[in-house]
Design a protein around this ligand. Structure first.
Ligand code: FAD
Length: 450
């Protein structure tokens, strides 16, 4: 694709929401030569203390954007381990030893606050390519006048931009302004999150799970909603536990993160038969908070005029593929490429159409795979390749999502293909929707063959 330097123009970009997705969008767009302002409703005082994973498809962008990943103090994952609910014995193990060699980038597990502040530094810091983004806190978007691209904030201020990005999370205001009414319902599965200090666990004579550098799961083979997910973060010093159970055992769908911590008895109550080792860890759990889970059906579009949605605002998903943050990062990367000097011809609305065509199929696929993995861990990327275990079963072998599909994906090629169609050019690349033609996926599908 030739350079469009003549028609390219720098834009004034307004990003609504300064979470993981908003910061990523600011980094990608400042690097592409645009002037970015991030409007955040909060002042970040209430950031949540849990883990967030970043697989190779997210990590690759952190490197391309020259983000100082060490600031995030990650644990580099070496394994995915699925354990028996009662005995804790491994049932399905996916080795990540050759992961970096195969995919070029590691699988990181961050603490959310560390990841957020690492991204914030890259977005607004003086060093780095482009003009540092401006962060404006205590600015809650209330409305947008679409024809004039003017945002009105709850505090009465207004701002006008050439391009507006709604990165305002699962409860997005921008989504409603764009006319999307989510079909949503409280998930059948609920979640309490707890933190355990590795030092305290070891002092109490408990197993040191941090030694495994693994994302570990208890349950998931039984077709039940119960599941414990352990993610080590902060260099292994902190163990972040997501504890899932059916809604009839406790309904937190109306709770928010800001609410008071829940008592440890409430955390343990649904798990009388759980492996005693992990149960003992949960018994010393702190900062026990409900994580409100809602299922949203896919949205029909991601952009209108010169406004688009990004991250959870555009495609909230259940957490069971650990891909929510990665999808937000990929969205941001897509915007950075589409609005770069190589691809942007000055027409914002047309560029956002391409963004939508590139992103919607991919995020919808991950969204649906995440919903399936909620009650069947064999649908979770990694475990979905372990077909040799006795309890392996997926809904549809050919439709299952695999690590190969996530990590072999080439966003540049996907954008080039969709742009070519838009501009009436012939696309001669050897890729289909970002995947190499002829690639054999573990689900038996060969890319390009129907
Ligand atoms: C239980 C659970 C576990 C998860 N684990 C993982 C994992 O391991 N790996 C992974 O990749 N993903 C994980 N996710 C998903 C991941 O956290 C999200 O997908 C990701 O944080 C989305 O980022 P975002 O920027 O779109 O939204 P958010 O991070 O929610 O940011 C939205 C921001 O917008 C601000 N905002 C909201 N409304 C307004 C407004 N009107 N005006 C201005 N600002 C506003 C908010 O204050 C916030 O700062 C998990 C999710 C859940 C529920």
């Amino acid at each position: 694709m030739g350079s469009l330097a003549q028609s390219w123009r720098p834009l004034s970009v307004g990003v609504i929401g300064g979470g993981i997705g908003g910061m990523s969008a600011a980094i990608a767009l400042r690097r592409a030569g645009h002037t970015v302002t991030i409007y955040e409703r909060a002042d970040f005082a209430g950031e949540v203390g849990a883990s967030v994973s970043c697989a190779a498809n997210g990590t690759r962008w952190l490197h391309e954007w020259e983000v100082d990943v060490a600031k995030g103090d990650p644990v580099v994952l070496k394994k995915l381990i699925n354990r028996d609910w009662k005995t804790g014995e491994p049932v399905s193990v996916y080795d990540l030893d050759d992961y970096e060699e195969k995919w070029g980038f590691v699988y990181n597990m961050f603490h959310r606050q560390y990841m957020h502040s690492m991204l914030k530094d890259a977005a607004i810091g003086e060093s780095g390519v482009g003009v540092p983004a401006k962060l404006v806190v205590n600015h809650q978007c209330q409305d947008i006048d679409v024809p004039s691209s003017t945002i009105t904030f709850k505090n009465g201020n207004t701002a006008t931009h050439d391009l507006i990005i709604g990165a305002d999370g699962i409860g997005s205001a921008v989504r409603g302004i764009l006319g999307i009414k989510p079909a949503k319902r409280p998930a059948e599965q609920q979640c309490l999150h707890a933190n355990v200090s590795t030092e305290e666990a070891v002092k109490a004579g408990l197993v040191d799970y941090s030694q495994n550098s693994a994302l570990e799961y208890w349950g998931g083979q039984e077709g039940k909603w119960d599941k414990i997910v352990l993610s080590p973060c902060n260099g292994g010093k902190l163990l972040s536990y997501y504890c899932f159970f059916p809604r009839e055992k406790g309904d937190y769908s109306g709770h928010t993160w800001g609410a008071e911590d829940r008592p440890v008895e409430e955390l343990l109550e649904p798990y009388p038969e759980l492996d005693r080792q992990v149960f003992a860890h949960l018994s010393i759990g702190q900062e026990i908070k409900p994580w409100r889970l809602w299922v949203h059906d896919p949205y029909p579009y991601l952009a209108r005029n010169n406004i688009c949605l990004l991250g959870d605002a555009g495609h909230p998903m259940m957490p069971h593929q650990s891909q929510g943050a990665c999808m937000a990062i990929e969205d941001a990367a897509a915007l950075g490429i589409i609005f770069s000097q190589s691809y942007f011809d000055g027409d914002v609305t047309a560029a956002l159409k391409v963004y939508e065509e590139v992103r919607l199929p991919r995020v919808t696929r991950v969204q649906s795979a995440a919903a399936k993995a909620a009650y069947n861990i064999n649908e979770r990327i990694g475990f979905s390749t372990n077909t040799n275990i006795s309890t392996y079963k997926v809904e549809d072998e050919k439709k299952k999502l695999t690590i190969e599909e996530m990590n072999a994906y080439d966003l540049y090629r996907d954008i080039e293909q969709k742009l070519a169609v838009h501009r009436g050019h012939e696309y001669c690349g050897k890729f289909l929707n970002g995947l190499p033609l002829g690639m054999k996926l573990p689900n038996g599908v060969t890319v390009g063959e129907s």
